[in-house]
Design a protein around this ligand. Structure first.
Ligand SMILES: [Zn+2]
Length: 277
């Protein structure tokens, strides 16, 4: 954990660096493109993306959270272990990157169980948090996450700071640490014609302006904000994009009172502040 502030009272902003290590599972499970060239775009995340990202995080001694589908853990156990060995948190991200909103409750339960089992098998512990593989949830998701003891979710877009998840009008015991479309690399960089159109290939300078602008605004505002970046090793792992991330990290490190934290720590901190139930 890197905390530049002298105390929690001095903290102006929490920063969460998160990576969805989908690898091949996105192409097989979500895009339904189980063909050699498409799938190899996911493999790039394992061969080049993750090692480069780990090197960058270690250079600045920064903590991060990786959301990993069970299939990725089974297919790339050594890469996943290298993430855990570097001290980063690992969260649940489905088994084969299945969109939860397209599953029956029984299928979703099986997906959650298979994801937990694969992560336990490879890194030896169960995940504390969950992020939907598709940016959408089902009506059964939160009762399942509660049943399986998840402490936090990171799939919603409802605020710039953590909040309690409400499920069917009732507050749950799950902390939401929300994401943002604007702060997600795939929305800017991913090139894809099918099954959805993403023009992608944005210049890093444009994305740097957007990401930096949101950081500066959140820092200026203070008030327990949480600036959360969602990145994918197969996308952000290209040289020109990681150079941009490094420039942004240096910019953030120039500010006092920035708490770089893992998602589990952020959920714990919120729970403490709100009073545990
Ligand atoms: Zn994903």
């Amino acid at each position: 954990m890197v905390e530049k502030a002298g105390s929690v009272d001095d903290r102006r902003l929490t920063v969460a660096l998160t990576f969805d290590f989908d690898a091949e599972s996105y192409w097989i499970g979500t895009a339904k493109m189980d063909f050699p060239a498409a799938v190899s775009r996911g493999t790039y995340g394992a061969t080049e993306g993750v090692p480069r990202i780990l090197k960058l995080l270690s250079k600045y001694d920064l903590p991060a959270t990786f959301f990993i589908p069970g299939y990725t853990a089974d297919r790339h156990p050594d890469v996943v272990r290298s993430i855990a060995d570097a001290g980063h948190e690992i969260g649940h991200h489905g088994y084969l990157h299945e969109p939860p909103n397209l599953l029956t409750p029984e299928e979703e339960r099986e997906m959650i169980e298979r994801g937990i089992e694969a992560l336990k098998r490879v890194v030896g512990k169960r995940p504390r948090g969950y992020r939907s593989p598709s940016g959408e949830l089902s009506k059964a998701t939160y009762s399942l996450l509660t049943e399986y003891g998840f402490e936090y979710d990171s799939s919603q877009f409802g605020a710039d700071r953590p909040y309690w998840v409400e499920d069917k009008g009732v507050r749950t015991n799950i902390v939401e640490i929300p994401i943002a479309v604007e702060l997600t690399d795939s929305c800017h960089f991913m090139f894809l014609f099918h099954p959805i159109v993403l023009p992608g290939l944005s210049a890093p300078s444009k994305v740097e302006e957007i990401w930096r602008g949101d950081f500066d605004g959140a820092y200026e505002e203070g008030g327990n904000g949480c600036y959360l970046l969602t990145m994918h090793p197969q996308i952000i792992g290209r040289y020109h994009r990681l150079q941009m991330v490094e420039r942004l990290i240096c910019h953030m490190l120039e500010h006092d009172g920035v708490w770089f934290a893992q998602m589990g720590e952020i959920a714990e901190d919120f729970r403490k502040r709100e009073g545990a139930r």
